[in-house]
Design a protein around this ligand. Structure first.
Ligand code: PEP
Ligand code: MN
Length: 334
């Protein structure tokens, strides 16, 4: 259920309606819009008759939301959401690039890569300190030490930090050190993790599961918003198909589809989306052309020696070229 407040409703009326909803044991999500405030109601498992809410002071109308997702839908909020990561705004028309190595490997490595990322003009730095790896014997990340190094990178270069939390224990640490919490493809349907990041006050980057449908992705985001964290950016990172010329199949058609159904920003990761260095630039160009709000790309100063995902990591000069080209395309399509 969605309550649309009158354009002239006062803050006190909005607060009064929210308090009434909460007194019924439900959760109220007041979302201010350009014209009026909408109040989403969650937690009603179908037992409460809510039609009398329309009579509360300041309410214009009550709308039943037909989609399974409520808070992430455009029905709830017609204006696109802007996600704020420090001074960086995602979804506001400016292309945001998050670049960095797959994993933080050492102080020397992360500073070398940060220098490249900064010089190329990317606004955010990526790099995993907790790595979800297929093999338990593969490099698992530096843990808290990796997060400390990322925090030092922020201090030195002014880059905002996005890094992955793989479980509740790592979330506590990532929340402390990072500017944006990444939920990886493997955890897109880890509901206890989604609820926990929903209780965080840090913005979230939610990656699409490798076999998730659009609706499943939006429902995963709904878990986060339902807990009160509305600062969520979606990320297309490729899905599993029969194709074997790439690691995954990058599904760029999800970008306009998300834009129709949801107000949340969406970025594209052509690195994990293709798994091959030579495919990253062409797909990055396409992602921007199709309307992505940003890109996440892997880059390494010595990809051949990377401890993970070296095959898809760009050489520094390739990131420079990518930044130049996608900036030009963004200027054309916006
Ligand atoms: C990553 O971005 O480091 C990562 C592991 O990606 P994904 O969750 O998309 O596989
Ligand atoms: Mn990687």
């Amino acid at each position: 259920m969605l309550l649309v407040m009158r354009a002239d409703a006062t803050d006190a009326q909005v607060a009064g309606v929210c308090a009434h909803i909460e007194s019924l044991g439900l959760r109220a999500h007041a979302i201010p819009g350009a014209q009026r405030t909408a109040i989403g109601i969650t937690g009603n498992h179908g037992f409460l008759e809510l039609s009398d809410l329309e009579d509360l002071p300041g309410v214009a109308e009550a709308i039943r939301v037909s989609k399974p997702y409520k808070l992430v839908g455009r029905e709830m909020k017609p204006e696109s959401t802007l996600v704020q990561v420090g001074p960086v705004v995602i979804g506001g028309g400016q292309l945001v690039v998050m670049a960095g190595p797959c994993a933080v490997e050492s102080r020397e490595q992360i500073f070398r890569v940060a220098e490249i990322v900064h010089a190329c003009g990317a606004q955010m730095m990526r790099g995993g300190a907790f790595k979800p790896r297929t093999s338990p014997y593969a490099f698992q990340g530096l843990g808290e030490m990796g997060l400390q190094l990322l925090a030092e990178v922020r201090e030195r270069f002014g880059l905002q930090i996005v890094t992955e939390a793989v479980d509740l224990a790592s979330l506590e640490l990532v929340e402390r050190y990072a500017d944006m919490i990444q939920v990886g493809a493997r955890n897109m349907q880890n509901y206890s993790l989604l609820k926990a990041v929903g209780r965080s006050r840090k913005p979230v980057l939610l990656k699409r599961g490798m076999s998730a449908t659009l609706e499943e992705l939006l429902m995963a985001a709904e878990y986060i918003l339902a807990e009160g964290n509305y600062q969520v950016v979606l990320c297309e990172r490729g899905v599993r198909t029969f194709a074997d010329h790439t690691r995954n199949t990058l599904d760029l058609s999800i970008v306009p589809a998300v834009k129709t159904l949801s107000h949340l920003p969406i970025i594209v990761d052509p690195s994990h989306g293709t798994g091959r260095r030579d495919k990253v630039l062409p797909l990055a160009r396409a992602a921007v052309a199709v309307g992505a709000d940003g890109l996440m790309v892997e880059v390494h100063d010595a990809p051949d020696r990377a401890l993970s995902d070296g095959i898809q990591s760009l050489f520094p000069a390739q990131l420079e070229q990518l930044m130049r080209e996608v900036t030009a395309i963004a200027a054309l399509v916006r």
